[in-house]
Design a protein around this ligand. Structure first.
Ligand SMILES: Nc1ncnc2c1ncn2[C@@H]1O[C@H](COP(=O)(O)OP(=O)(O)O)[C@@H](O)[C@H]1O
Ligand SMILES: [Mg+2]
Length: 151
């Protein structure tokens, strides 16, 4: 899907395809045994949670995915991996992540999906995968840069 270190662009024109695209990404993430930190950038309504739903589907989660806007993080336990879905929109101060014990989330082969990562700047680690989503016409333009190859 994307080569290591090289930004790639994809245009996805509807919600169902967004979920399917997320699922493809999810399978690539699943194939990695190391911990992975994925930043999801984009305005409100860009499609970050929709893409996360697709990623989670690759691990076998078929239900709804709620935005952890107030709880900041939602945990999903799968047989082969833990996935933490963050939404830091309402994070007041990046320091709050320290009190949450943020470092523990980025270990043990966990996958962390982070919406609004800029709110945690200075505390969050560097991402392995950076995803920018932008509304364009009726669909979304997705730009991905990764330090792993996502085939
Ligand atoms: N590729 C796409 N094309 C068109 N609409 C999309 C696409 N992806 C998501 N959407 C729509 O965008 C809206 C907002 O999505 P959401 O994932 O909640 O955004 P965010 O988490 O970035 O705030 C939803 O109504 C969803 O159906
Ligand atoms: Mg969201």
């Amino acid at each position: 899907m994307t080569a290591r270190g090289k930004a790639e662009e994809f245009y996805i024109d509807n919600e169902a395809d967004m979920v399917a695209f997320g699922e493809r990404l999810g399978f690539a993430f699943r194939a990695q045994s190391d911990s992975l930190c994925v930043f999801l950038n984009g305005d409100l309504g860009a499609g970050k949670t929709t893409l996360s739903r697709g990623i989670l589907r690759a691990f076998g989660h078929t239900g709804a995915v709620k935005s952890p806007t107030y709880t900041l993080v939602e945990e999903y336990n799968f047989s082969d991996r833990r996935v933490y879905h963050f939404d830091l929109y309402r994070l007041g101060d990046p320091e709050e992540l320290e009190y949450m014990g943020i470092r523990d989330y980025f270990s043990a082969g966990n996958l962390c999906l982070i919406e609004w990562p800029q709110r945690g700047e200075g505390i969050l680690p560097e991402p392995n995968v950076l995803i920018d989503i932008e509304a364009q016409a009726d669909g979304r333009l997705i730009k991905i840069t990764a330090d792993i190859s996502l085939v």
